[in-house]
Design a protein around this ligand. Structure first.
Ligand code: DX5
Ligand code: ZN
Length: 221
């Protein structure tokens, strides 16, 4: 299980997004946070900006939609070229139908859970998704502290995926840094989003490499 690193451009310079995407060319994905000021109390960017990011990104784009009514809006992100589109379980009216639509459009389908949302009600959907995103902070802002209380949920999600025999990825997002990534990896996460840790580092490629090495070492134990 090779660790995948997905830096979040929420911590990039929004006046220099192409430059800051090129800075993470050694990452596995570029994580793009779409917020609508309704599902979360923050507003980032929408489809017109996203389409351009997908055109210029040196790495595949992992869209994290923190929006209301993803049933209506998420497919356009797949059509815009996202390699992966993750919508929130709390916001989707028909998650299975939406996941199938995203896959039909050629994207990986991800299901995100807020820290307080249990994974158990969604375990019957495992065959319908490619990734479960366990939020390790309350969604909305970068630079928050990793919520340690989410580790048991990551473990339960990983145990269910292993038992199913399906290749569903488990992503963590929020407060991921050199000091927390090993615990998340040990709990069973294999995709790691990091915003402030990567873009706040002295060397962006150096930080991506360091995070990947720590996660790979934790998996090897
Ligand atoms: C928060 C976003 C995250 C955010 C993570 O709601 O989903 O992707 O950028 O930022 P850090 O890594 O700084 O906690
Ligand atoms: Zn995110």
């Amino acid at each position: 299980m090779a660790a995948l690193i997905a830096p979040s451009i929420l911590s990039a310079d929004f006046a220099n997004l192409e430059r800051d995407l090129n800075a993470i060319s050694t990452a596995d994905y570029a994580h793009v946070d779409v917020m609508d000021n309704h599902f979360v109390p923050n507003l980032t960017l929408g489809l017109p900006v996203f389409e351009r990011l997908a055109q210029v990104s040196p790495v595949p784009i992992d869209a994290h939609l923190m929006i209301e009514d993803p049933d209506r809006w998420a497919p356009a992100y797949a059509e815009a070229g996202a390699a992966s589109v993750t919508f929130h379980a709390e916001a989707a009216a028909a998650p299975v139908r939406l996941a199938r639509e995203l896959r039909r459009l050629g994207a990986r389908a991800g299901l995100a859970l807020r820290p307080a949302t249990p994974v158990e009600p969604f375990l019957d959907l495992l065959a319908e998704v490619d990734m479960i995103l366990v939020m390790t902070v309350e969604p909305g802002f970068g630079g928050q502290s990793f919520i340690e209380g989410t580790l048991p949920k990551i473990r339960r999600a990983r145990a269910a995926v292993s038992a199913s025999g399906l290749d569903v990825w488990i992503q963590v997002d929020g407060g991921v840094s050199r000091s927390t990534i090993e615990r998340a990896a040990d709990a069973g996460a294999n995709v790691f989003v990091a915003g402030s840790a990567v873009y706040g580092a002295e060397s962006v490629p150096g930080e991506i490499e360091a995070l990947r090495a720590l996660a790979d070492a934790a998996h090897a134990h």
